[in-house]
Design a protein. Structure first.
Ligand SMILES: NC(=O)c1ccc[n+]([C@@H]2O[C@H](COP(=O)([O-])OP(=O)(O)OC[C@H]3O[C@@H](n4cnc5c(N)ncnc54)[C@H](OP(=O)(O)O)[C@@H]3O)[C@@H](O)[C@H]2O)c1
Length: 336
C-alpha cells in the first residue's frame, strides 16, 4: 500500500512522545510535517524527530496540498474547531479524545464527516487485550455480562497543565472518564440509557478531580467507574458476568510493544484458584491505531460517518454525567 501522507497539529506530548515515533516506524505512514503556534518549536520538534517539514501555524500545515491525513492532539477545546478546518481543507482527521466537549459540538462535524474520514483516537480499541476481552464476553466465557467496573487515576495538580484548565476542557471526566465510558460501550456493545455522577472539583482550578459514576445499560447491565486526576496512579477494568470475570491489569497505558496479561476467572473461587492468566501477543496500540486509519484512507471507500457516530455516542454519555452533576439526579442519555 502507498503510505498515507500525514501532518501533525502541535508539539503535544502525546504526539511527540508516543504517536509520532510509531508513525515514523510504520511503512503505511509518510509523516510529512508538524505545526506549532511557534515556528521554532515546530522546527525543534521536526529536527529532533526527523520530520521533513515544520510550520509555524496550524493553518499553514492545513494548506499543504501534499498532506492527506491529520493527527489532532490539541487541547480538548480545539479538537472540533481544527477538525472542521482540516476537513474543509479536504484532510482526513484522527482526533484525540475526547473528540468534543458536548454532543452538540460533535454533531457540528456531521456534514464534514460525509466528506472525509474522521475518528476519535481511542488507541485502546486496537489493543489485543481489549479485543480479547470482548471476544471472551461474546463467546459467553463469563456467562451473561452484568457489570463493568473501571478505575483510572493519576496525580497531576500542575495548574499549567491542560488537564487542570477548566476553560479548555480539563478535568478527570473528559480526560480519563471517557475511557471508562468507552469500556462499558465496547464490552456491552450497547449504549447506556441513563447516568448518574458524583463529582468533586478542585476548589482553585475548578476542574473535576474525582468523579464517580453509574451507567445503566438496561437488562441488568451496569457500569461503575471512578476516575481521578489527584490520586495515586492506578488503573483496572473488571468485567463481571453470571459465571465468570475478566480483569485487565493495565487497560489504558499498555507498555509500548509489550505483552499484556489478562485474567479470566471461570471458577469464581474466592481464593483465586479458578483464575487463568492469558498473555497476549506483543502490540503497540498507537501504531495499530495510525495504521488502521491509514488503511481506511487508502481503501478509498467513501466516508460513512461511523467514526463520528461513535464520537457522538461517547459525548452523549458525558453530557448526561455533567447534567447529573448539576441536577444531583439520574439523567437520560439522549438518543439519536
Ligand atoms: N490517547 C492517549 O493516549 C492520550 C494521552 C495523552 C493525551 N491525549 C490527548 O491528547 C491531547 C493533548 O494532550 P497532551 O498531554 O499531549 O497535551 P500537551 O502536551 O499540553 O500539548 C497540547 C499542545 O497543544 C498546543 N496548544 C494550542 N493551544 C493551546 C493552549 N491554549 N494551551 C496549551 N496548549 C495549546 C500546544 O502545541 P504548540 O505550542 O506546538 O502549538 C501544546 O503543546 C489531549 O486532548 C489529550 O486528551 C491522549
Amino acid at each position: 500500500m502507498k503510505p498515507v501522507v500525514w501532518g501533525v497539529l502541535s508539539t503535544a506530548k502525546i504526539g511527540t512522545e508516543k504517536v509520532i515515533p510509531e508513525m515514523l516506524a510504520s511503512p503505511l505512514v509518510e509523516l510529512r510535517a508538524i505545526a506549532s503556534r511557534s515556528l521554532p518549536s515546530a522546527q525543534a520538534a521536526a529536527q529532533r524527530l526527523g520530520i521533513p517539514q515544520a510550520y509555524g501555524s496550524y493553518e499553514e500545515l492545513l494548506a499543504d496540498p501534499a498532506i492527506e491525513a491529520i493527527y489532532n492532539p490539541l487541547p480538548n477545546h480545539l479538537h472540533v474547531p481544527l477538525t472542521l478546518q482540516a476537513a474543509a481543507a479536504g484532510k482526513h482527521v484522527l482526533c484525540e479524545k475526547p473528540f468534543a466537549l458536548s454532543a452538540d459540538e460533535a454533531l457540528s462535524v456531521r456534514a464534514a464527516a460525509a466528506t472525509v474520514h474522521i475518528e476519535e483516537a481511542f488507541m485502546v480499541r486496537h489493543h489485543p487485550q481489549w479485543q480479547r476481552a470482548r471476544e471472551l464476553v461474546r463467546a459467553g466465557r463469563i456467562g451473561t455480562p452484568r457489570a463493568v467496573q473501571v478505575f483510572f487515576s493519576y496525580f497531576n495538580d500542575d495548574g499549567a497543565n491542560i488537564r487542570n484548565q477548566a476553560a479548555i476542557g480539563g478535568g478527570a471526566l473528559y480526560d480519563i472518564g471517557c475511557y471508562a465510558v468507552l469500556a462499558g460501550r465496547y464490552l456491552f456493545e450497547a449504549e447506556p440509557l441513563r447516568a448518574v455522577s458524583l463529582v468533586d472539583r478542585d476548589p482553585v482550578m475548578g476542574v473535576d478531580r474525582l468523579t464517580s459514576a453509574l451507567l445503566d445499560f438496561g437488562a441488568g447491565r451496569q457500569v461503575g467507574f471512578t476516575v481521578s486526576t489527584q490520586s495515586v496512579p492506578f488503573q483496572r477494568v473488571q468485567v463481571v458476568g453470571t459465571h465468570g470475570r475478566i480483569e485487565l491489569f493495565i487497560p489504558f497505558n499498555a507498555a509500548r510493544g509489550g505483552q499484556m496479561t489478562l485474567a479470566l476467572d471461570e471458577g469464581g473461587a474466592l481464593d483465586g484458584s479458578g483464575v487463568t492468566l492469558e498473555t497476549l501477543p506483543a502490540a503497540e496500540q498507537y501504531r495499530l491505531e495510525v495504521e488502521a486509519f491509514s488503511r481506511r484512507v487508502r481503501a478509498g471507500t467513501p466516508p460513512d460517518a461511523s467514526g463520528l457516530g461513535e464520537a457522538v455516542a461517547q459525548a452523549r454519555v458525558i453530557d448526561a454525567l455533567w447534567q447529573s452533576e448539576r441536577s444531583g439526579r439520574w439523567e437520560p442519555v439522549v438518543r439519536d
